[in-house]
Design a protein around this ligand. Sequence first.
Ligand SMILES: N[C@@H](CCC(=O)N[C@@H](CS)C(=O)NCC(=O)O)C(=O)O
Length: 217
Amino acid sequence: MNLHLYYAPGTCSFVAHVALELVKESSSQNYDGTVINLKNGEQLKPEYKAINPRGQVPALIVDGQLTTQVMAITNFLHESFPQAQIFPSNVMEKAQAVSILAWMNNTVHPTFTRVFRSERFGDEAGKAGVKAMALEAFKGYLAEIDGLVSKGQTYICGNQLTPADVYAVAFIRWAGLAGINPANYPHYATYASGIAALPAVSRIMQKEGINLNTYVG
Ligand SMILES: N[C@@H](CCC(=O)N[C@@H](CS)C(=O)NCC(=O)O)C(=O)O
């Protein structure tokens, strides 16, 4: 199978990237990738829109066929490469992980998009208000994740790494970039350090050139 990922370092495509690394780690299946520079707006150029008309990453090309969305990509890889254990094999345990992943993808992430790209959601007069309200909501979600791992769990649900854990690492990095001190979420910060230290996760962080701690005070 030919697997090619279009990604941007540190973005939500990191979740798909780690899933591909788990596939590679557990089988002879390899993958390759292309970096899309979001800062330069490469995602909106015709060359990339010819690949993914939505102009977003991640995009996974599987034997020439486009698959988008973190949820679809991770599920496709899980179904195609069960030995990679991207999700738990137990159906109910998988449902719990998908439930958290869906919340992250459809609620937490779009809230942060309003912080990071507020100009898309408000005009000159309105965008500061959009950003401020979204930042408060995002902090509430960080606190919720902090609560989910407050008993010192290694993983956010169950007994294994799932894409939800990888997304959680992305969020705490984004929080730091937005000036939120991760020390305000001590359980979350400790848990995220543990996830970031896992071999497949740390290899991809190194490959993408990103660090867990993005907060500069
Ligand atoms: N729900 C989508 C979210 C994709 C998304 O928001 N990607 C961002 C990076 S985290 C992106 O490509 N942004 C570029 C842009 O919006 O211009 C998914 O799961 O793939």
